[in-house]
Design a binder for this molecule. Structure first.
Ligand code: GLY
Length: 401
């Protein structure tokens, strides 16, 4: 028994080395999660009175802007409530999370774009993880089947959108939808979903990335000759720039795919992206990126807190997979981002910001849509990052006692 405990202690200390913390990490996460629970409970009280709607952001007058279940961001508010249930263990939070999750159930059949992974996995995926309710497994598998209809065997990728602007558009964001597929294989035993996810990740690795580890936002594939026709941006500054949230989606996607497959190539890709972000000359002092790494108006350019939150969550997880030196680098950077996001510069005071948690995100600069505002997905990934840090710190506490 003593030998088993001793070996577990050694293994955990190898995986989770003792990192320095700006201030006590547990206290930081506790305060941030407690304040977040206050904010989102109030947001829930408002949205529960508006049938079929979910919170998205606020407008210039500070009024709540809502969306319906079809919007790509519909799963984030239910998912945020699940993280707050995980933190608080409170039955009323679970009830709220369940109610919001049910608002988007119909999306399990959606086949008109790739976003079903964001929608169903952040909501029903967390519901399944925290309740173990088999009923939710069916939703995951049905949704994975819906997403799989968009996969081309010839090209090896899932098509992001159906429109006439591009021949076969795939955006880097699409990496985020793959966890729905890997989970569906675990649930159903049908390996087809897993193979689609791997094919999409492999093909994206081949065509979406530049030599420096940054990624194009959109690759339009050639349905006649194979390969790609063009590489463009949709939400970034220009085709050759590094749109911050795009880099965040890519990083998160390959960290997650390494966790799911243990393929070394995905870990190498994740490390390359993480180093691109960490070592970039335009990453500001507080580590929350400008909305695009190539914006000319630095230091006056706007930050994107949502990109910072996604990166932080991914970096914290990545730090548990890498060697000691890189683990310290990535965990420290993830924590620095979370520290900044949890500071008054980004985190709203209780009762402000329309009861969203974070300020200062940018959805779509070129169209002047949702610029410098709260966004439901910034809040979701911030809560995920806090939860991940908390788990690492809790393990360290147990084994450092
Ligand atoms: N997936 C859309 C976005 O990141 O804005």
């Amino acid at each position: 028994m003593i030998i088993r405990l001793l070996s577990l202690f050694i293994i955990l200390n190898l995986i989770v080395p003792a990192y320095p913390c700006n201030r006590d990490c547990m206290q930081l996460t506790e305060e941030a999660l407690s304040q977040s629970a206050y904010q989102l409970s109030n947001l829930y009280n408002q949205i529960s009175l508006i049938p079929d709607r979910l919170p998205y952001t606020i407008n210039e007058k500070g009024k709540l802007v809502t969306i319906n279940a079809k919007n790509w961001t519909s799963g984030f508010f239910p998912g945020s409530l699940w993280y707050l249930y995980e933190y608080s263990g409170k039955e009323e939070m679970k009830k709220a999370a369940l109610e919001m999750t049910e608002r988007i159930r119909e999306q399990e059949h959606m086949t008109t774009n790739h976003d079903i992974g964001f929608m169903i996995f952040c909501s029903f995926g967390n519901a399944l993880r925290l309740t173990g309710n088999k009923e939710f497994e069916k939703v995951i598998v049905t949704a994975a089947r819906s997403l799989s209809t968009r996969f081309s065997k010839q090209l090896g990728v899932i098509k992001s959108w159906d429109n006439d602007n591009w021949q076969y558009p795939v955006i880097i964001d699409n990496m985020m939808n793959l966890e729905l597929l890997t989970q569906a294989t675990k649930i159903s035993g049908d390996s087809v979903f897993y193979h689609i996810a791997v094919s999409h990740a492999d093909t994206t690795m081949k065509y979406h990335f530049r030599a420096d580890g940054s990624s194009y936002h959109l690759v339009s594939y050639d349905t006649i000759n194979g390969g790609y026709v063009e590489r463009k941006t949709y939400q970034g500054l220009h085709d050759e720039s590094a749109w911050a949230r795009g880099q965040a989606w890519g990083l998160y996607g390959y960290v997650m795919m390494y966790r799911e497959t243990k393929k070394q190539a995905y870990l190498d890709q994740a490390i390359k992206i993480a180093n691109y972000i960490a070592d970039h000359k335009n990453l500001p002092e507080d580590k929350i990126p400008y909305w695009d790494f190539n914006v000319p108006d630095i230091p006056n350019a706007l930050r994107d807190a949502s990109a910072g939150a996604v990166m932080a969550s991914a970096l914290v997880e990545l730090s548990t997979f890498t060697n000691n030196k890189l683990s310290v680098k990535f965990y420290s950077l993830g924590k620095q981002m979370v520290n900044a996001l949890a500071s008054p510069a980004y985190m709203a005071k209780k009762g402000e910001n329309g009861y969203f948690i974070l300020k200062h995100s940018v959805a779509f600069m070129a169209k002047n849509r949702e610029v410098n505002v709260p966004l439901n997905y910034a809040d979701y990934y911030f809560l995920e990052a806090l939860t991940r840090i908390r788990k690492i710190e809790a393990k360290k506490r147990v084994f450092n006692q």
